[in-house]
Design a protein around this ligand. Structure first.
Ligand SMILES: *[C@@H]1O[C@H](CO)[C@@H](O)[C@H](O)[C@H]1NC(C)=O
Ligand SMILES: *[C@@H]1O[C@H](CO)[C@@H](O)[C@H](O)[C@H]1NC(C)=O
Ligand SMILES: *[C@@H]1O[C@H](CO)[C@@H](O)[C@H](O)[C@H]1NC(C)=O
Ligand SMILES: *[C@@H]1O[C@H](CO)[C@@H](O)[C@H](O)[C@H]1NC(C)=O
Length: 258
C-alpha cells in the first residue's frame, strides 16, 4: 500500500489563511436562500482501525486516514437521474483505491461505495461549477485530501497512533493551529470494558464559493454539539458522535503480514 502523500505541506499554511481572509470579505450569503441550499462542504476523513471496530472482514491494517466523503452540509440525493458511471473516473482509479477505499467492505465491489457517495452527496455538490461532474467531484475531493494532508499534519505535531491515550485537545489544538480553522472531530463511545472514547473521524470544512478552508462551526453557534442534525444523519451508521472533552484513544492499526 502506498504511503499517504507527503510534501504537500510546505507553503500551504499561508495560502489557507489568505483564502480564509478573502472569504471573510464575501459575507454571509443571501438570507432568503431556500431551505435545502447548502453552505459548506465537509471533507470527512476516517481512521480505518476505528471504523473496523464496527465491522468484520474490514481493512484495519491501513495506517493512514482515508476519505469517507465530501459532503454538502445540507441535502441528499439531489438528482436521482444522474447515474454513477465508473468509466468517468477511470483516470482517478489509482488514487481512489489508495485514498478512498471502502474500508468496511474491502472484498466487495468497491465502486458501490463511490456510487453511494456520488448518489447521496455528489449530485448535491454538483450545484457548483467546480464540482459539476463526477470527474470533478471525485478529482476535487482527492485534491483537497492531498492539500490538507492530515496524515502529515498530525505527525508534525507528534500525534501518532498509540496505546497511551491522548487528550482530545491535543488533536483540536494541533489542527486548529495548523489550518487556522475549527475542525469537527468524532469518536466512537467506549464499549463495554473500555475506558475511553476512540477517535474515528475528522471533518474539515470548505467554503462553497471557492473551496477554501473555513470553520466547521457557525459563527456564534455551538462549538460541538452531540445532537447536531448533520452528525445524526451523517455518522449514525457508524455510531460516531462529536467527541467529548477529555482522554481519547487513537488505536494503532492491526498489523497483518504482507
Ligand atoms: C440531473 O442530471 C441529469 C443527468 O446528468 C441532467 O441532465 C440534469 O440537468 C440534472 N438536473 C439538474 C436539476 O441538475
Ligand atoms: C461494480 O459496480 C459498478 C458501479 O455500480 C458497476 O459498473 C460494475 O459493473 C460492478 N462490477 C462488478 C464486477 O460487479
Ligand atoms: C485535557 O485538556 C483540557 C483542556 O486543555 C484540560 O482542561 C484537561 O485537564 C486535560 N486533561 C488531561 C487528562 O490532560
Ligand atoms: C472560527 O472559529 C474561531 C474559534 O471559534 C473564531 O475565533 C473565528 O473567528 C472563526 N472564524 C470565522 C471566519 O468565523
Amino acid at each position: 500500500m502506498a504511503p499517504p502523500p507527503r510534501g504537500a505541506l510546505r507553503g500551504w499554511g499561508p495560502a489557507l489563511c489568505w483564502g480564509l481572509a478573502l472569504c471573510c470579505l464575501c459575507g454571509a450569503g443571501p438570507l432568503w436562500s431556500g431551505n435545502h441550499e447548502w453552505k459548506k462542504l465537509i471533507l470527512t476523513q476516517h481512521w480505518p482501525p476505528t471504523v473496523c471496530k464496527e465491522g468484520n472482514s474490514c481493512q484495519d491494517s491501513l495506517d493512514y486516514w482515508t476519505i469517507h466523503g465530501l459532503w454538502p452540509d445540507k441535502g441528499e440525493e439531489c438528482n436521482r437521474s444522474w447515474h454513477f458511471n465508473l468509466d468517468e473516473i477511470k483516470d482517478l482509479l489509482r488514487d481512489m483505491k489508495i485514498y478512498w477505499p471502502d474500508v468496511l467492505h474491502p472484498h466487495s465491489n468497491r465502486s458501490q461505495f463511490w456510487k453511494h457517495e456520488w448518489d447521496k452527496h455528489g449530485t448535491c455538490a454538483a450545484e457548483v461549477d467546480a464540482l459539476n461532474s463526477e470527474k470533478k467531484y471525485f478529482g476535487k475531493s482527492l485534491d483537497l485530501y492531498k492539500q490538507v494532508d492530515l496524515n502529515s499534519v498530525l505527525l508534525k505535531f507528534g500525534i501518532k497512533p498509540s496505546i497511551n491515550y491522548y487528550n482530545i485537545s491535543d488533536f483540536k489544538d494541533a489542527l486548529t493551529r495548523f489550518y487556522g480553522v475549527v475542525p469537527k472531530i468524532q469518536c466512537l463511545l467506549p464499549e463495554k470494558g473500555e475506558e475511553v472514547q476512540t477517535i474515528g473521524q475528522i471533518e474539515l470544512c470548505f467554503t462553497k464559493e471557492d473551496l477554501h478552508l473555513r470553520n466547521c462551526t457557525e459563527p456564534g453557534g455551538q462549538q460541538s454539539h452531540k445532537w447536531d442534525v448533520w452528525q445524526a444523519k451523517g455518522a449514525a451508521a457508524q455510531g460516531m458522535v462529536v467527541c467529548d472533552d477529555g482522554p481519547i484513544f487513537y488505536p494503532p492499526p492491526t498489523r497483518t503480514p504482507h
